[in-house]
Design a protein around this ligand. Structure first.
Ligand SMILES: Cc1cc2nc3c(=O)[nH]c(=O)nc-3n(C[C@H](O)[C@H](O)[C@H](O)COP(=O)(O)O)c2cc1C
Ligand code: SF4
Length: 420
């Protein structure tokens, strides 16, 4: 299988500049700047590749870049989204630990393409080693003339600023990230205007996920068409999938999009651990509908197949659930997470996530009634689509799908009525 993002992971000290350069990192940046390949041609190549954003929404990267208005007289910014906090998703962390220079190379090519001279790298507060790795890499790259003034002797300059968050899931949402970067509370904003038009400090801003940008050097080396040939027609390229749960070899695996989820579990992950049976998989990080084994058997890891199965690829953190796990308790944990992480601006999200958590607490503690299940269902129906950002829906989808797929587990825990 073609490795694009993880190709240097087996190499000793792959995070060091000398090793990265020996692996070919920065050669594509150098070629882009020295040829030079015009920014619009870089955008065109990425458009041709069909590369879709790997942060969860799957929006085409080249198209996003082409929305950035040039000649407004304002600076243009690139924000790298390294806030990775989606439960079950650990890919960006490993990319940053193992190949931070590939990340910087991708960001600089993107910056060149959109006319940006300042890259903000927004990293999750809890990411200690990844932050040390990216800071050290940026420092090494600056000393080597790769970041900062006169990048690689090209006459073009671009700064790379690392900004550490304070550990809030909502700062991964692009407008929340920008608010936090500006020094405000990490509160999402209503779109439009989209960041590409009015983003950081009121200026045009592209926000891209770590993994998205790491695919760019390969696209510049091999061409957009070559990238588009990997994966499926509508989901081109490769994807790093995080697999957690009781499989024999959990971890991050780079696969061509369209690869079977069951094949990934059985082959790359070595199957379920001895004594454990597959009960379910949440395939896209915790914010998407859960799949039962018969759905897992036919689900392909690409945007279309996931949608056809009634779920989403999201950030592709596959949470494997085994037969010993209690779905009600699992949902209870998720509800606590979303309730805690809600920024509180929208009533349906602030009140709804907390209410769902309290109902599930009652059910888990054996104090729930059948009416509580109905309330959970109708409550989440009213939360969906009624908020500024998608955090509320990120709880709605697991709640509704858990209730639909595993109703017996909820019913077994409640009573007709609880005596006063
Ligand atoms: C609640 C919430 C949390 C998010 N967290 C992340 C995150 O941690 N990392 C990320 O790249 N995108 C995250 N996103 C998606 C971003 O808003 C945005 O779509 C993404 O960074 C764009 O980059 P891409 O086009 O390269 O995927 C989140 C979205 C929502 C609604
Ligand atoms: S949906 Fe939730 S997290 Fe998003 S802006 Fe509204 S209150 Fe904040």
């Amino acid at each position: 299988m073609t490795k694009i993002i993880t190709k240097n992971w087996g190499v000793k000290d792959s995070h060091l500049l000398s090793v990265a350069r020996a692996n070919g990192v920065y050669s594509n940046l150098e070629r882009v700047l020295k040829t030079p390949i015009a920014p619009k041609d870089v955008v065109e190549a990425v458009k041709k590749s069909g590369l879709r954003g790997r942060g969860g929404a799957g929006f085409p990267a080249g198209m996003k870049w082409s929305f950035v208005p040039q000649n407004t007289g304002k600076p243009i910014y690139l924000c790298v989204n390294a806030d990775e906090s989606e439960p079950g998703t650990n890919k960006d962390r490993e990319i940053l630990e193992r190949d931070p220079h590939l990340m910087i190379e991708g960001a600089l090519i993107a910056a060149w393409a959109i006319g940006c001279r300042t890259v903000f790298f927004y990293i999750r507060g809890e990411f200690d080693l990844p932050e040390r790795r990216i800071r050290a890499a940026a420092e090494e790259a600056m000393k080597a003339g790769i970041v900062g003034d006169n990048v690689m002797g090209s006459g073009w300059s671009c700064d790379f600023i690392v900004h550490r968050g304070a550990g809030a899931y909502i700062c991964g949402e692009e407008t929340g990230l920008i608010s936090s970067l500006e020094g405000g509370r990490g509160e999402p904003k209503i779109k439009p205007p989209f960041p590409a038009v009015k983003g950081a400090f009121g200026c045009p801003t592209v926000v891209n996920n770590v993994e998205t940008l790491c695919a760019v050097p390969w696209i510049m080396e091999h061409g957009g068409e070559a990238y588009a040939k990997i994966g499926t027609e509508k989901s081109p390229g490769t994807k790093v999938i995080s697999v957690s749960g009781r499989v024999k070899r959990p971890g991050n695996y780079e696969i061509p999009l369209g690869y079977g989820l069951k094949d990934l579990i059985d082959n790359e992950c070595g199957g379920m651990q001895d004594g454990y049976r597959l009960k379910a998989v949440i395939p896209g990080g915790s914010s998407v509908p859960v799949m039962k084994p018969e759905q897992v058997a036919t689900l392909k890891l690409d945007y279309e197949s996931c949608q056809a199965h009634g779920t989403f690829l999201g950030s592709a953190g596959c949470i494997v659930v085994d037969h010993t796990q209690d779905m009600v308790k699992l949902l209870h944990v998720l509800a606590r997470f979303y309730s805690h992480e809600s920024c509180g601006q929208c009533t349906p999200c602030r009140e709804g996530t907390g209410w769902a958590y309290r109902i599930l607490t009652k059910i888990v503690q054996g104090r729930g009634t059948k009416k509580d299940i109905d309330t959970l269902r109708s409550l989440t129906q009213q939360m969906d689509g009624a908020t500024i950002c998608a955090l509320a829906s990120a709880l709605v989808m697991p709640v509704q799908s858990f209730l639909k797929q595993f109703p017996e587990e909820f019913e077994a825990k409640v009573q007709e009525t609880v005596p006063a």
